[in-house]
Design a binder for this molecule. Structure first.
Ligand code: UT7
Length: 330
């Protein structure tokens, strides 16, 4: 029986040139390279220069993915941007990307699921393609976390960076499943305030005349988030394998959200995966939220760690709390 598959035909990523090293943070807050490397695995992160926004990173990553797929802006039916740092509150970052790209035939929308936004976007896109609604969707994960980071809070500021990663997802008719084989999305809103920005939304808007410091930056209860992250990433990885009917030994490469090397190691051990099957680039970029998984996918493919036909398991976790996993045959 012929089926419509949602296949990744292009991958791209982009990181801004400006780099903040651990030595830079030693001058900003009471911290040191040894603590940051041993507790997180991070050595550097890339950040935008003033005047650049998420759409600029998203545009470049998206264009690279389209070039890789051999398609142009006129070919797109939909642009999905996963982000928690859109250029503006209204309109969505995807609308700005559509305009900059000149993809005026494409609809555009953002998906907001914190660090899991790319997996949420990929899952939405693959469903739309498999249902026959669209044939070509550009899925981007892009963040300018430097715009919502409190650079006086040592507990969070050393963690985050800016980046974008993207895939082109296309419809391909076939007799056997390929492309995105299965996905699992999960949420637990009871943990909403473990990782959040209290001020600036509809409940408590930003007050420019306020005298005290307003809580307009990301706040995180790192310890609690850590524990849920490990449990959630392990469980959704297992569920997605079961749903796709594959065993962990079939997986050629595991691409986890890059939030903390200790989380990645704990998840890897619980899943019983060998180190060489797990892609890690956190030392160069830190936690780039929605961009983390597609950026890692792009680097992994370019490094030859995953090739056409391989099964790749991607899993992400973030504020919400939200998490999810996708298995893709490249
Ligand atoms: O991407 C979305 C999901 N996010 C995550 O998954 C992040 C999950 N959480 C984490 O990765 C970790 O919890 C952190 C990296 C955020 C923190 O690591 P931790 O091992 O949980 O440290 P902690 O918060 O328990 O802090 C331990 C100590 C504290 O000092 P005291 O109270 O023991 O004296 C902190 O004040 O480390 C201190 N500390 C630091 N010291 C030097 C916290 N941040 C720093 C720092 N430099 N940057």
């Amino acid at each position: 029986m012929t089926m419509i598959n949602a296949v990744i035909t292009g991958i791209g990523s982009y990181t801004p040139d400006r780099i903040l090293t651990n030595a830079d943070f030693e001058k900003m807050v009471e911290t040191n390279d040894e603590w940051i490397v041993s507790r997180t695995g991070i050595k550097e992160r890339h950040v935008v220069s003033n005047g650049s926004g998420t759409s600029d990173l998203a545009l470049k990553a998206g264009q690279r993915a389209m070039e890789n797929a051999g398609i142009g802006p006129d070919d797109l039916d939909l642009i999905i941007v996963g982000t928690v740092t859109p250029d503006y509150q209204v309109p969505s970052a995807a609308c700005i990307v559509q305009e900059k790209m000149g993809a005026f035939g494409a609809a555009a929308m953002d998906v907001s699921a914190a660090c899991a936004s790319f997996i949420y976007g990929l899952t939405s896109a693959s469903g739309m393609i498999r249902s026959g609604q669209y044939r070509r969707i550009l899925v981007i994960g892009a963040e300018t976390l430097s715009s919502i980071t409190d650079y006086t809070d040592r507990g969070t500021c050393v963690l985050f960076g800016d980046a974008a990663g993207s895939v082109v997802l296309e419809a391909k008719e076939g007799n056997a499943p390929e492309g995105v084989l299965s996905s699992v999305l999960e949420t637990d809103g009871r943990y909403a305030k473990l990782l959040w920005i209290p001020v600036g939304g509809s409940v408590e808007s930003y007050d420019p005349d306020s005298e005290g410091k307003q809580r307009i930056y990301l706040e995180m209860n790192g310890n609690e988030v850590f524990k849920v992250a490990v449990r959630a990433m392990v469980s959704s990885s297992r569920k997605v394998c079961e749903k796709a009917g594959v065993s962990k030994d079939d997986i050629a490469l595991f691409i986890p959200h890059q939030a903390n090397i200790r989380i990645i190691d704990a998840v890897r051990k619980r899943l019983g995966l060998p180190e060489e099957k797990v892609f890690v680039n956190i030392e160069k970029y830190g936690n780039t939220s929605s961009a983390s998984v597609p950026l890692a996918l792009d680097e992994a493919v370019k490094a030859g760690k995953a090739k056409k036909g391989d099964l790749v398991l991607m899993v992400a976790f973030g504020g919400g709390l939200t998490w999810g996993a996708s298995i893709v045959r490249l």
